[in-house]
Design a binder for this molecule. Structure first.
Ligand SMILES: Cc1cc2nc3c(=O)[nH]c(=O)nc-3n(C[C@H](O)[C@H](O)[C@H](O)COP(=O)(O)OP(=O)(O)OC[C@H]3O[C@@H](n4cnc5c(N)ncnc54)[C@H](O)[C@@H]3O)c2cc1C
Length: 355
């Protein structure tokens, strides 16, 4: 990688300030750390990886392709077998002779990114960014300045686009005490009770599983109630609740502009992730890393170039698939599943295993 950094720093001026210590901010920080840039990552939260923001499921092909961490200590389960179902009885189930997906222990995964992946990162927690003006970042703990600002503040932050109700899924997950499933490590159910989203059951370590639901909040119902109603019909997902998490998943069209001068926008702020096939974490990691690489090269527009040529087309492909899948609710999903069943098994495995 070309590194063209001006190393004589003005007082207190960093090469980059990263706003947000989620996956996007930490992957940016890892690149900046590795190549010796001066940077700081700011986050309002108290602890890395808390609150939990994600089920943590990622495609292993993608993990390898973009260099996400694979260390055993941060993986709570490996996915080798998966099933996509509708509550009308349609189903596609696939088993592999290799691991195709990982389920991260989210807190350990983010702590690992912040401490071990590229060495300890320069993170300042409990620091809320109030506004950004030119090269200056105003926080509730003072003012800093940098030649580049990487925004990695997540969905619906005070710096991101406010998305409308039909562009954001509400998501709710419980870690439940329940033995591992005998059949699959990942099951998704599509249902009109979760418009635009689905119910899920993911393997976790030991005797627990991750059970959740996401959907466009068009019916005004609480996710906890929607999940309760679903489990009454699917007792296989029942179990004592050990912990809960709730957050939002942006799901509109990915943004077109991610660089504005020396401001670079990453992660859920611009990704509009496609959760149906995972992707939020890899999109966040990929954009954070690409933004930091562009900063190091001295040309932020390199990130825009990669966004235009690689990242956005990937997101858009999934976005369009999601729109097609959910156009007429579970009816259109059933139709696509019927078509998918006609694919040769090798193609089906490639398509579903490498998303
Ligand atoms: C329930 C649920 C399940 C999911 N499951 C998966 C999955 O299995 N696989 C997958 O790939 N994706 C999944 N996703 C999506 C994935 O979690 C997100 O795409 C990803 O975490 C986004 O990372 P990010 O770094 O962009 O944002 P975030 O992780 O949201 O990080 C943003 C950070 O910015 C900080 N911040 C915001 N504003 C300020 C401010 N003003 N000052 C200082 N700090 C600030 C926040 O505190 C936060 O730490 C899931 C999401 C949800 C909600």
């Amino acid at each position: 990688m070309r590194v063209k950094l001006c190393l004589e720093l003005a007082d207190n001026e960093f090469d980059a300030i990263v706003i947000g210590a989620g996956t996007a901010g930490l992957s940016a920080g890892a690149v900046l750390e590795k190549f010796g840039a001066s940077y700081v990552i700011l986050d309002k939260k108290k602890e890395i990886g808390v609150p939990v923001r994600s089920t943590g499921a990622v495609s292993l092909d993608w993990v390898r392709r973009i260099g996400m961490p694979q260390s055993k200590e941060i993986v709570s389960a490996e996915i080798r077998s998966m099933s996509f179902r509708t509550d009308k009885g349609n189903e596609i189930s696939l088993s592999y002779d290799r691991t195709v997906g990982l389920v991260y222990d989210f807190t350990r995964y983010e702590k690992y990114l912040s401490r071990e992946f590229a060495g300890p990162l320069n993170v300042r927690l409990e620091t809320r960014v109030l506004d950004v003006n030119g090269n200056t970042v105003n926080t509730d703990r003072g003012t800093l300045s940098a030649r580049n600002i990487i925004f990695a503040a997540g969905p619906q932050s005070n710096f991101g686009k406010k998305r409308s109700r039909n562009e954001v899924l509400v998501a709710y997950e419980e870690i439940r005490k329940a033995p591992p499933r005998a059949d699959h490590q990942m099951v998704l159910w599509f249902s009109d009770r979760a418009p635009g989203g689905y119910f899920w059951d993911f393997a976790e370590s030991g005797n627990s599983r991750k059970i959740g639901v996401c959907y466009y909040p068009v019916n005004g119902r609480q996710p906890r109630d929607v999940l309760k109603e679903f489990e009454a019909e699917y007792p296989e997902i029942q179990g004592e609740c050990l912990s809960t998490m709730a957050h939002q998943i942006p799901l509109g069209e990915p943004d077109t502009t991610v660089v504005n001068g020396n401001y670079l926008y990453t992660g859920d702020m611009v990704n509009a992730v496609l959760n149906t096939t995972a992707g939020g974490l890899q999109g966040a990691f990929w954009t954070g890393k690409s933004a930091a690489e562009a900063v190091l090269s001295g040309n932020p527009m390199e990130y825009q170039g990669r966004w235009d040529s690689e990242i956005r087309p990937w997101l858009l492909k999934h976005h369009n698939l999601h729109r097609r899948m959910h156009r007429k609710g579970v009816k259109s999903i059933s139709r696509l599943m019927t078509l998918a069943k006609l694919m040769p098994m090798s193609v089906k495995k490639k398509v579903f295993g490498g998303l």
